[in-house]
Ligand binder design. Structure first.
Ligand code: SF4
Length: 105
């Protein structure tokens, strides 16, 4: 899970910090930013500053997003990596069977 805040919509009430101070931080400008491993990601902020959320904080981050009055906390769920077939994989090769065995005679 990763999370980011749209600072343009943040009201600065600090509810997110109350829910999860390890992930949400309010700076001197009164606006909330996300943090990862103790480092505030305020440059540039917004969707360019995604913080990875450790599993023990997933629940509180979701709760923060639910109560956020600015509706400006955005959560992205990491999806498992999908391994696409390579060019040498004949996974979809179709073998035609004509039933005409005259060539074998
Ligand atoms: S809860 Fe939402 S509006 Fe309030 S400080 Fe946090 S991000 Fe900003």
């Amino acid at each position: 899970m990763r999370v980011w805040i749209d600072q343009d919509l943040c009201t600065g009430d600090g509810l997110c910090v109350d829910h999860c101070p390890d992930v949400f931080v309010q700076l001197e400008d009164g606006i909330a930013y996300v943090a990862e491993a103790g480092q505030v990601l305020n440059d540039p902020g917004g969707s360019q500053s995604l913080a990875a959320v450790v599993p023990r904080h997933h629940h509180s981050v979701i709760q923060a997003a639910e109560v956020c009055p600015g509706e400006c906390i955005f959560i992205e769920i990491d999806t498992p990596e999908v391994i696409a077939p390579g060019p040498d994989d004949d996974l979809h090769e179709v073998h035609a069977v004509s039933g005409d065995d005259s060539a074998a005679a």
